[in-house]
Write a protein that binds this ligand. Sequence first.
Ligand code: NAP
Length: 518
Amino acid sequence: MSELGSYVEGRWVKGKGKGMELVNPATEEVVATTSTEGLDFGAAHAFARDKGGPALRAMTFVQRGEMLRAMSRAIHAKRDELLSMAQANGGNTRGDAKFDVDGASGTLAAYADVAAELGETHILADGDAIQIGRGARLFGQHVFTPREGVAVHVNAFNFPAWGLAEKAATALLAGMPVITKPATSTAHVAHRMMELFVEGNLLPEGALSLICGSSGDLLERLGGQDVIAFTGSSLTAAKLREGKSVLRNGTHINVEADSLNAAVLGPDVEEGSDVMNLFIADVVREMTQKTGQKCTAIRRVYVPKGKVDLVLELLRERLAAVKVGDPTRDDVTMGPVATAQQIRDVRDGVKGLEACARIVFGSTTAESPIGVPAGKGFFTTPVLLHGANPQPNDAVHSHEVFGPVATVMPYEDVKGAAALVAAGGGGLVTSIYADDKDFIREAVLALAPYHGRLTIGSSKVSGQSLPPGMALPQLLHGGPGRAGGGEELGGRRGMSLYMQRTALQGDRALIEAIASKK
Ligand code: NAP
């Protein structure tokens, strides 16, 4: 069993005391411990700001992109080792682990490509120059420059690899040093990634630090040039938003939180069609991939009234084929949830949903998971519920059960469906399955204000559609309201959190020369 350290002030440091335990959720064996007790978070912050910041800002976008490419390659070179770690510490099947680890290397590579487009510059023009005077000389131009503080990244337990990489890619490319904190319970993969970056000497000193365990008083020390990018529950997000740095010092904060993502089946979709098959496949994948522990997983399924029985039958048939057990076995398709607290939350959450829906498939106590010692592990089967008469104030519209759990509900018409989806209070992604253009247009107009992303599964794209639960580096990730109100990724849009937008006004030639300065 290893004792993990944190990488701060350009060195590995271990905390004092017994530390927190990282557990294998299939066997309940302890795989590592970690502590940050006694770490000097003030010194860690100052080192990142004073060493990492200037070093990154001296690099051009192209040079920062080369750094991201090297990080991506370092992860890919140790892919098998990282996948095994994700299986042991996260309860991931190999497929689940690939989604996280390949997502990490892929996102870093995608931002290396963005860097190549930005060129050998240090400043980003935001839009074109605008004439603001009477003559053709006085112009205005918006520009972005990197903030001179530190980006503190606080991540959720479900994506230790991708969570680190997707946030670090945008911040480092923008020119801000990063202190990243994975969730403690599944930090092993992120810790190993950091070791790979350090061993390969891939970043300037102070550009990336890792905190493995509690972040102590770090967040209270931040100022107006610093950024907090948080992913996790809305409960923790509320605490961070009320922190002194955010309230008094103007520390920028981006929140990616809970989301009751929905799938809406159009009335025109018939049994056996490509779109129906896509819809069923997406719902089952989103329920069971990573044992439903994805912020983008489908939690609510809205179906035209007359198609509910058919959809329940199709989903039950597919869910019956899911094999729950030891995620390292090839015959297992769904592993345990990540922690003892998670399985308690899933069981309590499903009880809560039973106030408005009844279970039509599965149980939160999986009988004899495959290849697991009797009585061990944090296992549930997929659980499908049916809410026959959904109301906006039902628990299904307010409580996220962070496991393989979804509820099928009927709707009357597109307005009714959109009102129920909106009752979720704002989400990361909703998917619409239909070919009827009027239905799709009306649904998009009604749902877009409540979402960061909408996916449309129609017959023209059914053969090449990407899963709604897959956050892509090119497209926005985030959502309003319950989802936290944040924005990440979306190509170069994701960099704006880490950069100050400034309006320059003056002589056109001068301003344009600065804005495009090599
Ligand atoms: P969590 O309990 O809120 O923890 C998230 C992170 O916050 C962890 O790193 C945790 O550290 C840290 N943390 C907790 N309390 C803190 C405090 N007072 N000060 C500083 N840091 C603190 O969430 P989780 O259980 O890991 O993740 C599950 C939730 O995340 C779900 O609700 C899910 O929907 C959401 N999620 C959202 C997205 C998205 O992109 N929108 C993505 C993934 C997950 P420790 O582990 O050390 O406690």
